[in-house]
Design a protein around this ligand. Structure first.
Ligand SMILES: [Zn+2]
Length: 461
């Protein structure tokens, strides 16, 4: 226990004085602590299992070992429950449980097939557990995988145990958000499509709460995919300066509204115009662009009516929902280069990207091109790879879309200042990626789950 005391003492030093010089010095120690914490996630699961086996609830005069864990370790019941669930993932039965009734109905051949599947599931479970242990997968990531896998139906082509192992492997090199997207995409693809296609439409609802002390009220909304895409498209117009003519006209003026306030103003503007009959036809709502690769179009029928395709708003829509939007009335085609997945030449000289260039970029990139990012096209900015001031032209080869967050971290001067790198084109493949400030470091590309759904990624396959 002396070691633990030494660790606590090192922590106390920084807690007492978090100075600017300390950060780099304690970083290796902090990384070690993080590893320790990830290992503890597995330890906690094992402890929960042994509490269950030893009937630990009796220690505090209760029946549930979860109650005992919560009381004895002074943690919330929710946390104790999560640990018990993690224990179930690691040590429990990984195969779907059959009812007595179903078991009785089994033929000998069915029984043998099931038992073989169960043996395979056990092996996959052990392999997934080993990955979690060897790579120190955090509790957060493990819980995310479990949460997403809960949506997997029974009797899928890939068993839950197999998918858990694959996800655990992805967890070693994906961020938490990317891992969630990856697992969710997999589950959606694997689940049989017998689900009610109108489930979300039936759930649509809008309720308005009571007026509060300030005279306003909260409202709550459940949007079906069509409504969601329309609203997201509308919200994507609410960039700084939206609806504020004095700010747009004067570059010295600043839009001080929060993102939430800008979005509300855009929404209220539509309400106001609808009320005063100022909405001519389809005006007010932005364009929603759907991304379909040539392969997608060819496979439209076999993919079935429930397959969802990515759009510029970040919302995925089925073919039926796309038709309902009236989006199918207009089609744009972009030819993508099969080596880089980038759109082919389309030159223009004005600074702002033209609609066609935006469409071509969308078709190719779908989301921000900085590694690991899933920000949807409509919310991003068009970036000149070689800066406009530096003579970079507004040609499709010199453009990429990046989110406002990552745009702020791009060093246009390319001078390595503050360890900030820049977006560039890989001379070997022609693909757009991030070049770290230290040019000896390799370029980093966006291979996140969201980015692999882009037309460019599909063309590169
Ligand atoms: Zn980004």
């Amino acid at each position: 226990m002396k070691e633990i005391e030494a660790i606590m003492q090192r922590m106390d030093v920084l807690i007492a004085d978090p100075s600017d010089g300390a950060f780099k010095e304690v970083l290796p120690f902090a990384e070690l602590l993080e590893k320790l914490q990830n290992k503890k996630a597995l330890f906690d699961a094992a402890l929960a299992k042994s509490a269950e086996l030893s009937d630990a609830g009796r220690i505090i005069g209760k029946t549930s070992h979860i109650d005992a864990l919560a009381y004895l370790l002074d943690i919330s019941k929710a946390e104790a429950f999560r640990r018990a669930q993690r224990a179930e993932e690691h040590y429990g039965n990984p195969s779907p449980e059959l009812s007595e009734e179903d078991l009785a109905k089994e033929t000998p051949a069915e029984k043998e097939a099931r038992e073989q599947k169960e043996r395979q599931d056990k092996i996959k479970q052990a392999e997934a557990n080993k990955l979690a242990l060897d790579h120190g997968i955090s509790a957060e990531k493990q819980d995310t995988i479990r949460y997403e896998l809960e949506k997997l139906n029974n009797n899928t082509s890939l068993s839950r145990a197999t998918l858990r192992k694959l996800a655990m492997k992805e967890a070693t090199n994906r961020s938490l958000e990317d891992l969630r997207n990856w697992t969710r995409n997999k589950v959606t693809r694997i689940n049989p499509t017998a689900k009610d296609p109108l489930a979300a439409v039936k759930k649509r609802s809008l309720s308005i709460g009571r007026q509060d002390h300030d005279g306003g009220a909260r409202a709550s909304l459940y949007l079906d995919p069509k409504g969601l895409a329309l609203l997201k498209s509308l919200m994507s117009k609410a960039k700084p300066g939206h609806l504020l003519e004095d700010v747009l006209d004067d570059p010295g003026k600043e839009d001080k509204r929060t993102k939430q306030q800008r979005q509300y103003d855009a929404f209220a503007d539509i309400l106001h115009r609808a009320h005063s009959g100022l909405l001519p036809g389809r005006a007010g709502v932005g364009t929603i662009v759907v991304s379909l690769s040539a392969k997608d179009v060819a496979n439209l029928e076999s993919a079935g009516p429930d397959r969802r395709y990515p759009t510029s708003t970040g919302v995925k829509l089925t073919p039926l929902e796309i038709l309902r939007l009236g989006a199918a009335k207009y089609d744009f085609a972009a030819v993508l280069d099969s080596d880089s997945g980038r759109p082919l030449h389309l030159a223009r000289t004005q600074r702002t990207a033209t609609l066609y260039q935006r469409l071509a970029l969308f078709a190719s990139e779908l989301v921000c091109t900085r590694e690991g990012c899933d920000s949807p096209f409509d919310e991003n900015e068009i970036h000149h790879i070689r800066s406009w001031l530096d003579g970079g032209p507004t040609d499709i080869e010199n453009l990429t879309n990046i989110c406002t967050h990552d745009h702020g971290a791009n060093n246009d001067q390319r001078d390595g200042k503050d360890n900030m790198g820049y977006m560039d084109v890989d001379p070997q493949t022609g693909r757009v990626g991030y070049q770290p400030a230290n040019r000896r470091r390799p370029m980093r590309f966006n291979d996140s789950a969201a980015a692999t759904e882009s037309g460019g990624a599909q063309a590169r396959v």
